[in-house]
Structures are given as structure tokens and as C-alpha cells.
Ligand binder design. Structure first.
Ligand SMILES: [Zn+2]
Length: 255
């Protein structure tokens, strides 16, 4: 069967999928110089590259690599992704010397979300409809999702996880029943641990000074706007200075 037909039709039994993903879990721990355990504390982009090789070999008989040919595929860990758990991209650009169009692919994984999950907030973590017991299982679900994006890019140039074709592939190969993650985002953690959300009035100390302001945005840290006559004018007509404050240093004020 050619690769497209296989991707469109093949259905793996759930017992088969569990056995394969479990074997990948064990093999990745064995190969990795970083991970060590299911709730690993450090990870390298080599681990994502290993995941690609293992999934390609055990689910697709190495066909993904073959379809890629000599198109570059790179793997990246991102601290800045604070909402999306992963991201697969297809990039096309014209080579300046040869004038030929080159296509490159990248899979990125958010370490911020991974490390905040299975950390200090205890609730079930369901990824793509599957409950995960530790960080490595969550990483596998993220990777499977991005791998389906990559396969769609390779075969059809376009990919969308809200579309039926994506969801069918993700279900037949990986038992995914949803296309969203429930990792703990900085926003959820800020609310659960510190009672702070965008719009909250907060106080904090910085260099011995005491400030009061309003939380504007939460990513890795909170962006807090403090009223300041020398600050920048905002749409509400007032002037503010912006501070980036670690969440643990914020005190919530009653409004
Ligand atoms: Zn997606």
C-alpha cells in the first residue's frame, strides 16, 4: 500500500497502540542522556529527534523519513510557548544561490508547559483524550499530535487539527479522541497557586520599593501595569509603567 493510502485507511487496534507507545516510552528512557525518569527534570532536543525516529520506525516503517527525503527536519524546545504545547511548521523559501524553492520542517515542544505539569498542581492531565500518568506520557501525546501535522504537511502541504482528516488519522494511529491538551498553563497556575488573573489588583516589592498595579498579562511572569505620571499613555487615558514580576512575588489585593 502506498503511504497516502495507508495514512488514509490503516487502523491500529488500541491494544497495539498501547503496546507500541509503551515500548517507545521505555526505549526513549533507555536511549536518552537527559531524561532518566518519567517525570524528567531536563530534556534535550535530541530526545524529540529520538521520538521521531522511534515513532517513524514503529508506526510507519520509516516511511516519514523516506517521504521527507533530504528536506531538513529540525526539533526545538521552546520556553516561550505558554499556550500551545507543540507546534509543527512547514517553511518554504527560495535558496539565494540556486534560486530553487526549499521546504523545511520543524517540530517545537513547549518546555514551560511540560515542566509546569506534574509539578505543584495535582489534577488529572488529559491529552488528546488520553489520561497521562507522567511528563513523558504527556510529551508523547504532544509529539503524536505534531507528528500527524507533519505527515499532513508532507502528503498534502496543509494541515489543520480542527479538520476531519487530521482527527481521523490521530484517532486511527494514536487513539486520540480530542485535539486539545490540558497541560497546566502559566495562567492556570497563577490562578490556582496565587489567586491572580489578568485584571487582578496586586502589590509587589522591587529594589526596596513598594508598588501597586494591575495584572495585564500572564506568560512566564506577570506583566503588571503601575500608574505612573512619567509612564506610557494607555487607551484608558492613564499613564503606566510596565513591570515583569515573578508570580510568587505578587500579593493579591482585594478590589
Ligand atoms: Zn494542532
Amino acid at each position: 500500500m502506498d503511504f497516502i493510502a495507508r495514512i488514509e485507511q490503516e487502523r491500529n487496534s488500541s491494544a497495539d497502540i498501547t503496546a507500541k507507545t509503551q515500548s517507545i516510552y521505555n526505549e526513549l528512557l533507555r536511549r536518552s542522556r537527559c531524561l532518566g525518569t518519567g517525570n524528567f527534570k531536563s530534556i534535550s532536543s535530541d530526545d524529540i529527534a529520538s521520538l521521531f525516529d522511534l515513532y517513524d520506525e514503529r508506526f510507519f516503517d520509516g516511511r516519514c523519513r523516506r517521504v521527507l527525503g533530504d528536506a531538513p527536519l529540525s526539533f526545538r524546545l521552546s520556553k516561550r510557548m505558554t499556550q500551545a504545547a507543540g507546534k509543527a511548521t512547514r517553511l518554504r523559501h527560495r535558496d539565494r544561490l540556486t534560486k530553487q524553492i526549499r521546504t523545511e520542517y520543524e517540530i517545537a515542544v513547549s518546555t514551560t508547559l511540560l515542566f509546569q505539569t506534574f509539578h505543584d498542581i495535582d489534577r488529572p492531565i488529559v491529552m488528546s483524550g488520553i489520561e497521562c500518568r507522567d511528563r513523558l506520557e504527556a510529551l508523547q501525546r504532544i509529539f503524536e499530535h505534531e507528528l500527524v501535522h507533519l505527515i499532513e504537511f508532507l502528503l498534502w502541504e496543509q494541515s489543520s487539527c480542527s479538520a476531519r482528516r487530521f482527527q481521523s488519522i490521530a484517532n486511527r494511529f494514536f487513539c486520540h479522541t480530542e485535539h486539545t491538551h490540558q497541560l497546566i498553563t502559566p495562567r492556570e497556575r497563577a490562578l490556582t497557586k496565587f489567586g491572580v488573573k489578568p485584571g487582578s489588583r496586586v502589590s509587589f516589592r522591587l529594589d526596596g520599593q513598594h508598588y501597586v498595579g494591575v495584572v495585564n498579562r500572564i506568560t512566564k511572569r506577570a506583566t503588571v501595569l503601575v500608574e505612573d505620571a512619567r509612564g506610557v499613555k494607555y487607551t484608558d487615558g492613564k499613564r503606566y509603567t510596565k513591570f515583569y514580576v515573578p508570580l510568587g512575588q505578587l500579593k493579591r489585593l482585594e478590589t
